[in-house]
Design a protein around this ligand. Structure first.
Ligand SMILES: [Zn+2]
Length: 179
């Protein structure tokens, strides 16, 4: 029984020695932590790869390109552009409620437009400097899927126009065209 502290002490010393050796080889200052970090980074890459494969199966090719690769669907072609169903629009990736039909309006821009998100946490906004423009990108508040952009030329009281790709929306409500 009295040998246990010695064995534990020796084990700890071995870890420190191995860690220090790794530190010397790699020139880092956090030997043991970095070994763990490298492992988890490799694990994350593998997980991301699997998640991407799952998403490709779950989404249509257009939904994948819009939500994951930030592409924009051709204007006036999306299935919700001229759509007047009453209900909620959810994220096709994670099911998060993004917008409601109450806030939908016809902006004439070629994409479904909303004056406000369903909830304060439904979407998040971030600066987008692609295509030599400074725009405000709108992403899903839960999974970060690309949805579209928001502009300040919308109707009152918000004055906002959330210009959203149909491919980044799934309608969950009463479809007037349903048979
Ligand atoms: Zn989402």
């Amino acid at each position: 029984m009295t040998k246990w502290p010695l064995i534990i002490g020796a084990g700890f010393a071995a870890v420190v020695v191995i860690g220090t050796a790794a530190q010397i080889r790699s020139g880092t200052t956090c030997p043991i932590l970095c070994m763990f970090k490298e492992k988890s980074a490799g694990q994350m890459t593998e997980n991301t790869k699997n998640e991407n494969e799952e998403l490709k199966k779950k989404l249509t090719p257009l939904q994948y390109r819009v939500t994951q690769l930030k592409e924009t669907e051709t204007p006036f072609t999306g299935k919700y552009y001229k759509f007047n169903g009453k209900g909620e629009y959810v994220c096709p990736v994670c099911g998060n409620v993004l917008f409601t039909s109450d806030a939908k309006f016809d902006s004439g821009c070629g994409w479904p437009s909303f004056s406000s998100p369903a909830d304060i946490n439904s979407v998040r906004e971030q600066t987008d400097t692609s295509r030599s423009m400074i725009r405000t990108e709108v992403i899903c508040g839960k999974c970060g899927a690309h949805l579209g952009h928001v502009f300040d030329d919308g109707p009152q009281p918000t004055g906002l126009r959330y210009c959203i790709n149909s491919a980044a929306l799934d309608f969950a409500g009463q479809d007037p065209n349903a048979k």
